[in-house]
Design a protein. Sequence first.
Lengths: 165, 415
Amino acid sequence: MLSGRARVFGDDINTDYIITSRRKRESLDPQVLRNYLFEEVDPAFAATVEPGDLIVAGKNFGCGSAMEVAVTVVLGAGIRAVLARSFSRTYYRNAVNNGLLPLICDTSQIREGDRLEVVDENGLRVRNLTTGETTAAEQVPQIMMEILECGGLVPYFRRHHDFKV
Amino acid sequence: MGKTITEKILAEKSGRDARAGDVVVCHVDSAMGNDGSTPMALDYFDAMGGGKVFDPARLVFALDHYSPPPSVKTTQLHKRIRDFAAAHAIEVWDVGDGIGHQLMIESGRVTPGSLVVGADSHSVTYGAMNAFGTGIGSSDLAAVMICGRVWLRVPETIRVTLRGSLSRGVFPKDIALAMAGILGADGAAYCALEFSGDGVASLELEDRLVLSNLTVEMGAKNGVFPGDEATAKYLGREFQPISSDRGARYVREIELDLDRVTPKIALPHHVDHVVEVGEAAGTAVQMVYLGTCTGGRVRDFHQARDVIKAGGGVAPGVQLVVTPSSRTVLDTLTRDGTLGDFIAMGAVIVTPGCGSCCGTCGSIPGDNVNVISTANRNFKGRMGNSSASIYLASPASCAAAAVTGKIADPREFPC
Ligand code: SF4
């Protein structure tokens, strides 16, 4: 379903660390902001990120403000999924609404640069091709999966014009 | 099985049973966007095929994060919001009116039992009003603009039982910091916090706003208070409170004895890095910040003013910044003489709004400056300079630091 290289971060990565308010004031364009992605915590990141990379983090990823650019800038860098032990709820919902897959799973054994594969085998699983380990991820509730499968709330609303329940 | 306050409100607004863990689509009673989140919401609105706004009366836009706008770019963002609002008959709280969250409460848009969302994380503040208030993203706000509804996962609830009342020199912010210390920055992740116990009655509505506001720093989805006489007093009318049922299910229970809470401080750069103020005493500070949606209300300024007066004024080399959370707060402080006192103390007075809370305007700290602030966040770079260090404390503790130029226990200044 998805595969890429692990880019590993620690616990409590807040939205200001993902992209600072200062940069957001200059532009909201993900293609501009991606040049400053994670600059507060890893100044070398933006220059080394490659499309298809997967973000791997500890607990409470995306805590702090609800600003949605913290999700769109990640997508802007070509990243399709974030794996974390837990997310802040606003980051989780913004991710779903924009088509960025937020996966809750045990990330403690994943190292920087590991090759990962996200597969759906009776539920979402993360396969670490470097170590050979496989970890089950938490299920994503149905309405969120539908939004994700549409590619986010924009295509979802273009199709349905309302929430279908 | 009984229900928590949160489950009851989400059941009412979704027309479903709404138990913790369910995902429901809810009717939104009121929604707020600010100048940080609304421009993106307008992009989403257009991309979704927007057209007409579902119910403009339920929406409001607050121009608070760039107040006044520090650049041409931000001025233009404001213009775009005003133009859209005018075209769709949506109310705008303009530059200088204040912080959106404060105005949501002051204006009466948040009522007991209502479901209110804001495209800003501190929308949890509304829980103080016996309401469900939570932060959403810009795309959610666009969806609310189109259909008046929002999807929500019904959270599990953690019950926080408050006993007794606070001692002299100890304030609601200290309770909130004590909770952050106990729970940690994600201790309430995906959960509702529900306050209960006899200690609730000892807190005015303004005090409860401080607690609800800070629940998001523990990861909470909402931080809800029961409705009682203090709620009715603030509203100026009787109302039907939403109460939790006997037998409601809580995932965790915490009890706090208010009499035993002491002045606390969050050290840089984590809100849950909480210690006794005394443990940080002596640390030099160069900037004291009084304001924000946590600590920018009339009571906060009175508490700070009293301590500074008792201490004999502001220490040389300390910049005292005062940013009222709304025009009404500024107006009250002007009429009761507090603002004059602050001016006489040499304070920098900033337009009501978010000020330098998130580094977007106002007075930005210089390199390596230590700031003590009544705000809710102290991340690295939060106030616009990543070499500054931010300490979070009560208005009285901030004032004690203003007096001495060092972090100090406010109980040393009898007032
Ligand atoms: S005062 Fe600070 S925390 Fe409150 S809404 Fe404004 S920027 Fe956010």
